[in-house]
Design a protein around this ligand. Structure first.
Ligand SMILES: N[C@@H](CCC(=O)N[C@@H](CS)C(=O)NCC(=O)O)C(=O)O
Length: 367
């Protein structure tokens, strides 16, 4: 036998042994290791969450690390005692209530638009709840999963009334202030190109810088999500002297997101959002949740853990959603408390009304 033939035969023996030891035999259990769940196209630069580990990490740490914005009234804003409030903050509390039965078990990590994604990818935070637009690249190549939409928004412009500008069509040649690391910058480029108009951009990493640049008259207009315009108008020196233009130039579905690759954690975050919306849909409120636990409605019973094993299915206790509603109320209550018509922001429900009231808020059923 020559050397090449020997090498060939040895190769066959080693290969057969490897197949014998590593391939599952007939009837062998199919485990995560034997099933390719990610599909052939691996993510280029995705995050590193080990499957199923986030819940265990959060429990072991004893609190949720929730990424929020650095200060945006109605969404996530600290008061002078350092207490945070807003729709994004309430969602952090909701997830803490779902996991711990205690909405105070959360720490807020204020993040700029630019830093938010690295903080989530690196594992510094468990969840990003920071007026973040769900876009394809964020959902795919950046390696995240969005839980759903907590606020349907769109981008607009703010101008000084004294400029006489009443429509975005009059912004040709304007200097516009905005924040870096946002969809805002990209949409603005698309909009002006599409309209055949030119513009100059003054973009800052810190929002307070872009807003004060606008307030000081260094820009003709300020642009961001319409909710952000309503929120930030309040911070300007003379809010009444400014006007939100009628045009909405983009879709900004804002939602909480987590690292891709941890299906259980994604389920927890997603179903916390759905529980808030379903609670409003079913008339379950912070005030009536105890009473509702004795309701005969099967939908309400399943939501509140009086029937079925829905909490168990996501690694939580039966009353997880009841704990969420006890802590923060339903979606409508959160909306009204943070950004709604009776708050300083005064934003009507609009697209964020329930589906049965002409809006887009619709959650899959718990069953
Ligand atoms: N929804 C857009 C914009 C989000 C954004 O960062 N907006 C700014 C302007 S409203 C903001 O939240 N600033 C507050 C902060 O940086 O803390 C996105 O996801 O890119």
């Amino acid at each position: 036998m020559n050397n090449r033939l020997v090498a060939f035969l040895v190769g066959i023996v080693i290969g057969a042994a490897a197949l014998y030891f590593f391939l599952p035999g007939p009837g062998a259990p199919i485990t995560a290791a034997t099933v390719n769940t990610t599909g052939p196209a691996a993510k280029p630069a995705g995050p590193t969450a080990a499957a199923g580990s986030t819940l265990a990490t959060v429990r072991a740490r004893g609190y949720l690390q929730c990424g929020v914005s650095q200060g945006l009234p109605g969404f996530s804003n600290p008061n002078d005692k350092g207490e945070w409030s807003g729709i994004d903050v309430d969602f952090c509390k909701a997830v803490a209530a779902a996991v711990f039965g205690d909405a105070t078990k959360v720490k807020y990590r204020p993040l700029s638009a630019k830093d938010r994604f690295t903080a989530l990818q690196s594992g510094e935070i468990d969840l990003l709840s920071r007026n973040t637009t769900w876009s394809m690249s964020r959902d795919t190549s950046l390696g995240f999963d969005f839980a759903g939409v907590i606020y349907y928004d769109g981008q607009g412009f703010l101008v000084k009334k004294s400029t006489g500008i009443t429509s975005a069509a009059q912004l040709d040649g304007a200097t516009i202030c905005t924040q870096t690391g946002t969809t805002t910058e990209l949409n603005m480029a698309d909009y002006f190109r599409g309209q055949g108009m030119t513009y100059k951009v003054l973009a800052f990493e810190k929002n307070e810088e872009s807003l004060s640049a606008y307030d000081e008259g260094r820009c003709d207009a300020y642009t961001t999500d319409a909710s952000g315009l309503h929120a930030q108008k309040l911070i300007l020196k003379t809010p009444d002297e400014h006007l939100v233009l009628p045009e909405i130039i983009s879709k900004e579905p804002l939602g909480p997101l987590m690292r891709q690759g941890d299906a259980q954690w994604a389920d927890i975050v997603r179903w916390t959002l759905f529980a808030l919306i379903n609670a409003e849909d079913l008339g379950v409120t912070q005030g009536n949740v105890e009473l509702m636990r004795t309701s005969q409605s099967p939908d309400i019973r399943r939501l509140l853990g009086a029937e079925g094993a829905y909490g168990e299915a996501i690694g939580l206790k039966a009353e997880w959603a009841a704990d969420v509603i006890r802590a923060v109320g339903n979606y409508g209550e959160i909306y009204n408390r943070t950004v709604g018509p009776d708050t300083p922001l005064g934003i009507p429900r609009g697209l964020n009304a329930l589906w049965k009231n002409g809006g887009l808020m619709y959650a899959p059923p718990i069953r």
